[in-house]
Design a protein around this ligand. Structure first.
Ligand SMILES: Cc1cc2nc3c(=O)[nH]c(=O)nc-3n(C[C@H](O)[C@H](O)[C@H](O)COP(=O)(O)OP(=O)(O)OC[C@H]3O[C@@H](n4cnc5c(N)ncnc54)[C@H](O)[C@@H]3O)c2cc1C
Length: 430
């Protein structure tokens, strides 16, 4: 029996665990610092009050409960020793392994300006999404009460830094929320006057898409009332203020940082070549050079696959990598080999990414989809987005509940998750 330790039950870690489920030659331990698998593509819907946290998260234990050879543990791994083949959790527990699958994902990156985190919100976890929702809803409550016009303007400004899919999706859904759904809820303020500013450093938003699709997304956001600023660099973030390279200072009570990600800090514990974001470049089979029993998968990987395609940091790529490692281990167990030299000759040892495309939603009814040479935009793209994302949700009951809840909110234009959890002290800021 070989013991496989999987760190992280995100898309990559779970796919690997599922590939090894109930396989006789393996015992598997899945460790995550949370007790849930999170469907990050829908985090922005929690942030914009359309979905609640349990709608997009499911117990890891529950997902893997039928796999008798898999143990699920909640702990945060703080150290890895690939040579000694063990990892240590914050609890002090030491976990030995025969094979390690490091799939701890990525976190928000500030391009070396980590102090900006103190003055901005980000979107990576459920707690982040709930913080954003709390901030926006609290700002509206405060704006409804204040008599000071300048204060009201500051409270009613949301600045989002980063014109990638996360920034675009957030901007579109805030526009939907405040310009349509909430309009009848307040007496002293007009939520349609809430200012949403999307700031992008390069010359276009959604850079991974074609320039036509970027332009479509920009026009669409502008028609929703979002101010899109391209070629605009942020040089400093202080409390309630964004300092731009042009010298301009933008005041906004809600600043959301969606401009960068970097690999989980655990990646640095494995001595392997990495890029500026700390992402590891593995061998073509996803193992780490010098450690044939240590594999990496998901967002902390930077590689080109066996067909020289760049493997993107998206959920399908992470799932494919996790599944590949699981199948490779099974194949090795069948052939009773663990040597890297043998692996080179093993069929399908090298990872190949199957591009299923990517998509971003731009407010209600509109999306862009890019899959190979196929490009779609508008309502059809939005329908595709809707179905694919619902179908990817883990667990049938979850899918059905989310679908019904979403459909209801969609028809009524009435997102149901507008509750401020843990309201701030009225004397302090939002
Ligand atoms: C806001 C947002 C929107 C997105 N939208 C899309 C989209 O529309 N389509 C798409 O395809 N992709 C999207 N993505 C990207 C996609 O979510 C990621 O590519 C995918 O989650 C990567 O999977 P992963 O398994 O590598 O990491 P993750 O899914 O991030 O999982 C990592 C896991 O590791 C755990 N972990 C981390 N550190 C430790 C530790 N030290 N000890 C123990 N456990 C640890 C975490 O708790 C987590 O469960 C989006 C991401 C974000 C943040």
């Amino acid at each position: 029996m070989k013991h496989v330790l999987i760190i992280g039950a995100g898309f990559a870690g779970l796919a690997c665990a599922k590939a090894l489920a109930n396989k006789k030659k393996f015992t598997v331990t899945v460790i995550d610092r949370t007790n849930h698998h999170l469907f990050q593509p829908l985090l922005y819907q929690v942030a914009s009050a359309s979905l609640t946290a349990p709608d997009i998260a499911q117990s890891i234990r529950q997902i893997l409960c039928k796999a008798k050879n898999i143990t699920v543990l909640m702990d945060e791994i703080i150290a890895i020793d690939p040579a000694a083949r063990h990892a240590t959790g914050r609890s002090g527990t030491v976990f030995d392994f025969d094979h390690l699958v490091l799939a701890s994902g990525a976190r928000t990156g500030y391009f070396g300006n980590d102090h900006w985190a103190a003055h901005s919100l980000c979107l990576k976890s459920l707690a982040d999404a709930q913080d954003i929702r709390r901030r926006i809803l609290t700002c509206l409550e405060k704006a409804e009460m204040t008599k000071d016009a300048a204060e009201c303007k500051r409270l009613m400004t949301i600045a989002i830094v980063g014109g990638g899919p996360t920034g675009v999706e957030l901007a579109g859904s805030f526009a939907d929320l405040t310009h349509r759904s909430l309009q009848s809820n307040y007496r002293n303020i007009d939520t349609a006057r809430l200012s949403i500013i999307l700031i992008e450093g390069s010359d276009r938003i959604l850079e991974a898409y074609s320039s036509e699709q970027s332009q479509y997304a920009k026009s669409r956001l502008e028609s929703l009332g979002v101010v899109v600023m391209v070629n605009t660099r942020v040089t400093e973030v202080t409390a309630g203020k964004l300092h731009l390279k042009s010298g301009e200072i933008l005041e906004a009570e809600s600043i959301i940082w969606a401009a960068g990600v970097e690999a989980s800090p655990l990646a640095a514990q494995i001595s392997a070549a990495s890029d500026r974001s700390g992402r590891i470049t593995p061998l073509p089979d996803l193992s780490v050079p010098g450690f044939p029993s240590v594999f990496v998968a998901g967002d902390l990987v930077n590689m080109r696959d066996s067909e020289d395609q760049v493997v993107p940091g998206i959920a399908p790529a992470a799932m494919q990598m996790g599944d590949h490692i699981g199948r490779l281990l099974l194949e090795e167990a069948r052939l009773e080999t663990t040597s890297f030299a043998d692996r080179k000759t093993t069929l399908r040892a090298n990872f190949r990414y199957h591009d299923k495309g990517f998509m971003a939603i731009i407010g209600k009814n509109h999306a862009v989809v890019k899959s190979g040479k196929t490009e779609l935009q508008g309502f059809v793209a939005w329908l595709m987005w809707l179905f694919i994302h619902i179908l990817f949700l883990v667990g049938f009951r979850n899918k059905l509940a989310v679908l019904l809840g979403w459909a209801f909110a969609y028809i009524k234009d009435n997102p149901s998750a507008r509750v401020i959890i843990n309201p701030p002290n009225p004397q302090s800021g939002p």
